[in-house]
Unconditional design. Structure first.
Ligand SMILES: [Zn+2]
Length: 381
């Protein structure tokens, strides 16, 4: 049986004398196949659960590969951010922001819509498949023409080049303390509800444009933006791209890793990437909700946080979610300040340490209705 697995390495441009970093890319399936799935983990390098999922996913895919069951292209990048993985400070890995620039590794990806629109405008056809091909080629041509100014930009462009021509893109992350949740583009729902249902995810957050240019949107948003620009042509949302938050940073276990990897494998099987019949799709736990309906619970004062509600609880408007303790207050009654939910919803994240300061997000609650005044930047820094 022919084994199609290939391992490639890309050397990143040198930043300091005598040092180098590399990106490993693992490819399964025949390059001539028509569909492609791309999965990466560790773009925020200090979010460990995804690496364990990748370990088990590799085992499952190696087995499927040996049995000749991989029917389409599957590309994995097991450690998507070698720069972040080298950023240690005071004995802690700091993999969210690039030390040299301060830029978040999962923000500020290039927006290609205008440039691609110029390239394809006169070439669009009535046939959706031909337009998909045209748009993918134009995206890759734009990315290839860009000159990255530093190692961080090089990494972002390389990851994007690996993903923009894929039909499925999964970017594996985690939150601080959290249940499973997913971010994706509004136009991808409900087509992508099989991903949410198979992974057993209770919170799926939808936005057409979250305002931060994260990796998943860099791959998907261009499709509905081009469709709006060229309403006379058939341009489907051809890239199901999602950020999958694998619970909290300390939720690292064989059990979770194997379970999540199996569910991703079954999702790929159901979508035709792996031969065989997937079992019946589990029931969707909770309908997707708008990202604009997420309440960011904040304290106006500094102190120590005691949470009064648990992740996974549905809370009501006015419920006390946390208390802030400040022992400097002379009046005992004022030493505790109660923080209440303004809107209610599903409590899905908490901060990891127990310190409050003004404007710091203590918890996130997924509501159903858009919260007024949310503005254009819906993601946290
Ligand atoms: Zn992340």
């Amino acid at each position: 049986m022919r084994i199609f697995k290939r391992v490639e390495e890309i050397i990143l441009p040198h930043t300091s004398m005598g040092t180098s970093r590399k990106l490993q890319i693992i490819r399964y399936g025949n390059l001539s196949s028509t569909k492609k799935a791309y999965i990466q983990t560790g773009l925020h390098a200090d979010e460990p659960p995804g690496f364990v999922v990748m370990h088990y996913l590799l085992k499952l895919l190696d087995e499927a590969d040996r049995e000749g069951k991989i029917k389409e292209q599957i590309v994995l990048v097991p450690t998507a951010n070698p720069i972040g993985l080298s950023q240690w400070q005071n004995d802690q890995l700091q993999g969210r922001f690039e030390f040299s620039t301060g830029v978040n590794f999962n923000r500020s990806y290039p927006e290609l819509t205008e440039e691609v629109a110029k390239k394809i405008g006169k070439k669009l056809q009535k046939n959706a498949e031909k337009n998909i091909q045209l748009i993918r080629e134009a995206q890759l041509s734009c990315l290839n023409a860009m000159n990255p100014e530093d190692e961080g930009q090089f990494l972002k462009l390389k990851l994007m080049s690996l993903a923009v021509d894929a039909d499925i893109v999964l970017d594996l992350h985690c939150d601080y303390e959290a249940c499973l949740h997913i971010y994706m583009g509004t136009p991808l729902w409900p087509d992508a509800s099989d991903l949410t249902a198979q992974l057993g995810v209770p919170v799926t957050l939808l936005a057409e444009n979250s305002g931060g240019e994260p990796f998943d949107e860099a791959c998907s948003k261009i499709w509905w933006e081009l469709a709006a620009k060229f309403p006379d042509y058939s341009i489907p949302s051809a890239c199901l791209s999602a950020t999958v938050e694998l619970r909290g940073i300390n939720d690292v276990s064989h059990e979770n890793g194997l379970n999540d990897a199996r569910n991703i494998f079954l999702f790929l099987k159901r979508r035709g990437y792996i031969a065989g019949v997937a079992p019946k799709l589990p029931k969707l736990i909770r309908e997707a909700t708008p990202l604009t309906a997420v309440e960011h619970l904040k304290s106006e004062i500094p102190g120590v946080v005691i949470y009064r509600r648990e992740i996974g609880e549905t809370v009501k408007k006015g419920d006390v979610i946390a208390e802030i303790v400040n022992p400097l207050e002379q009046n005992p009654a004022k030493r505790i300040t109660r923080i209440r939910s303004k809107y209610g919803g599903y409590l899905f994240t908490k901060n990891v340490d127990r310190y409050a300061r003004p404007n710091r997000i203590l918890a996130k609650i997924a509501g159903v209705k858009q919260i007024k005044g949310k503005g254009k930047h819906l993601l946290t820094a």
